[in-house]
Write a protein that binds this ligand. Structure first.
Ligand code: C2E
Ligand code: MG
Ligand code: MG
Length: 558
């Protein structure tokens, strides 16, 4: 019975789904199981009696092993990442646990490990470890840090250069907010595959958190880091398909090279992160290799971002609203105006909404920002708004991200009620790039606004990728032609043709048109000739405070 049990135990260990090796103190290998043979490629005959160092890739510094022995002596176990060499010569990372034990009456050590580079069919092993991201099956942040530490220690032994890419998806939060988490998960999986498709076998791709990924890339040539970054940016250009819908993704990438940009894994990763931030600032969908100057700008942005949070919370007085009149181009009469938020910070001065709106979006504070806008307009309207003939419009800008936010209605409801009370019409502007990605739920919300008599305008029209079929079904009444096309009117034939085409589309879909950014008489006249009805721009009036704009409204032909 006793004997049979021993046989059973032996079979259990032999067929255990992880590699097991026992070595004596000398040290000599005295036992290996089947999984050991399939991972390493060695047969028992090749290794029994040999020192465990025959498995070593020779990459770790002696201090690495000293620390291992120390921990074995003091804690009775050791666990970590070791780079070893297979019989074929291939170097691979293994996750190794070592325990002391008694074997055949002698002091010995048992090592249990698995090949971390290999993922297929290893679900059960992976699930038992806290080192893989279950969604993408990529190594997670902890394992990535281990890889990085090990790679740095290899380099200090004279191994080739390597780089680190820090990859962050652009506007992932919008996809998640607008289309739900299942869709977000699908997109992340596709993104992981996309990254894996551009790096080489042996390079390490990990998911750090949320929509952040990182890669360790082996470099041989000078320009190789640039090439990998470029390939990654390009790989994101093809649409990904999740649940029968196409999504256009893009990624911002920061890159560093060891040892140029840092000596430790932590420092490298931090700088790659900051370089990624510089890529975001440079307009996203691009990469940046770490530079001090970018870093400085990033820090300023960070400070600005923190200042914005503080100001929104504690200094509402720093925000005010300016109004830019909109004109009927034929008669020259003021027929509406656009409210634009302003932020004056004691240290940073007057910050443009083009700079602080994206910050508020990124920090999830866009709602608080809209509250300041509403507060400002309501305060202005309190003090004697002129009653105006016709359907005078007051437009505000809204971020697409806010549309599903239940707080939006609560915030702008009272404003719209007040606008109607004085006999004007409320209008909402949403930028074209965002309006094309709205879910059916968002469109429902927009329809509800329209049904309450709110005009919906597509802002910066011509810069996004509107599909005409889609446009036709949007609850939209107004197209605002982006000012980049107005700038070339009278000088660039191409811009005249584009504006004319937009006017044609608007006519076919029964939409009104507003031209933005009219700066010269030539542009004004050309717009009149092309048949554009409404416009706004510095030529007629700049955005200005309520008191001044009121004077214009009282004398609408001013
Ligand atoms: P937008 O909605 O396209 O607003 C028009 C921008 O063009 C304004 O810049 C305005 O000052 C500028 N502009 C008007 N006429 C001319 C012109 O003739 N020449 C030139 N060069 N520029 C002209 P501003 O006020 O800096 O706003 C920038 C953007 O910030 C806005 O673009 C809008 O998208 C956003 N924004 C402003 N206020 C808010 C707000 O309260 N909420 C949200 N979500 N976004 C806002
Ligand atoms: Mg606007
Ligand atoms: Mg615009």
């Amino acid at each position: 019975m006793q004997f049979e049990q021993q046989q059973d135990f032996r079979a259990l260990v032999d067929q255990y789904p992880r590699a097991i090796m026992i070595a004596t103190k000398e040290p000599r290998i005295t036992y290996v199981n089947r999984m050991f043979c399939s991972v390493t490629g060695y047969q028992p005959d090749n290794v029994l009696g040999a020192p465990p160092s025959i498995l070593s890739a020779g990459l770790h510094a002696p201090e690495y092993y000293q620390a291992m022995w120390q921990s074995l002596a003091s804690e009775g176990r050791w666990e970590g990442l070791v780079w070893n060499r297979k019989k074929s010569g291939e170097i691979y990372p293994q996750w190794l646990s070592i325990y002391p034990m008694e074997f055949e009456g002698r002091q010995a050590y048992v090592g249990i490990f698995m090949d971390m580079g290999e993922r297929g069919g290893a679900d059960e092993r992976l699930a038992s470890l806290a080192y893989y991201d279950p969604l993408t099956e990529l190594p997670n942040r902890s394992l990535f840090q281990e890889f990085l530490k090990a790679r740095v220690s290899q380099y200090s032994r004279g191994n080739d250069r390597f780089g680190i890419l820090f990859i962050d998806l652009d506007f992932f939060k919008t996809i998640n907010d607008l289309h739900g988490h299942d869709c977000g998960d699908g997109v992340l999986k596709q993104a992981a595959m996309c990254i894996e498709s551009v790096v080489r076998e042996g390079d390490i791709v990990a998911r750090l958190s949320g929509d952040e990924f990182a890669v360790i890339v082996e470099l041989s040539g000078r320009d190789e880091l640039n090439e990998v970054c470029q390939r990654t940016v390009q790989a994101f250009q093809a649409p990904v398909i999740v649940g029968q819908r196409e999504y256009f993704l893009s990624a911002s990438i920061g890159a560093v090279v060891y040892p140029v940009h840092g000596k430790s894994g932590a420092e490298l990763l931090q700088k790659a992160d900051r370089a990624m931030y510089a890529a975001k600032l440079a307009g996203r969908a691009c990469y940046r290799i770490y530079s001090e100057a970018d870093d400085e700008q990033g820090r300023r942005e960070q400070q600005l971002s923190e200042a914005l949070t503080a100001s929104l919370k504690t200094s509402p007085g720093e925000f005010h609203v300016v109004y830019q009149p909109q004109y009927d181009l034929g008669s020259g009469r003021v027929v509406g105006m656009e409210a634009l938020l302003r932020w004056d910070h004691p240290e940073f001065g007057s910050v443009s909404p083009a700079d602080f709106v994206p910050l508020a979006e990124r920090r999830g504070e866009i709602h608080e920002m809209t509250q300041q806008l509403v507060r400002g307009i309501l305060a202005d309207l309190l003090n004697g708004p002129p009653s105006l003939p016709g359907k005078f419009r007051l437009a505000i800008n809204i971020s697409a991200r806010q549309i599903t936010d239940a707080r939006l209605g609560l915030a702008i409801g009272p404003l719209f009620a007040r606008i109607r009370e004085i006999g004007w019409l409320p209008e909402i502007e949403i930028t074209e790039t965002h309006i094309m990605h709205l879910s059916s739920q968002c469109l429902e919300t927009l329809r509800a606004f329209r049904d309450q008599g709110v005009a919906i305008a597509i802002d910066d029209f011509g810069t996004g990728y509107s599909s005409l079929a889609y446009l036709q079904n949007l609850p939209v009444q107004v197209l605002k032609i982006d000012r980049q096309f107005i700038g070339g009117l009278g000088t660039k034939n191409r811009d005249s043709r584009i504006v004319s085409a937009i006017l044609g589309i608007a006519e076919a879909l029964d939409l009104e048109v507003v031209a933005e950014g009219i700066e010269t008489r030539v542009q004004y006249l050309e717009l009149c000739q092309l048949g554009c009805q409404r416009g706004q721009g510095f030529l007629m009036a700049k955005p200005q405070p309520w008191q001044r704009v009121k004077a214009i409204l009282v004398d609408p032909y001013q």
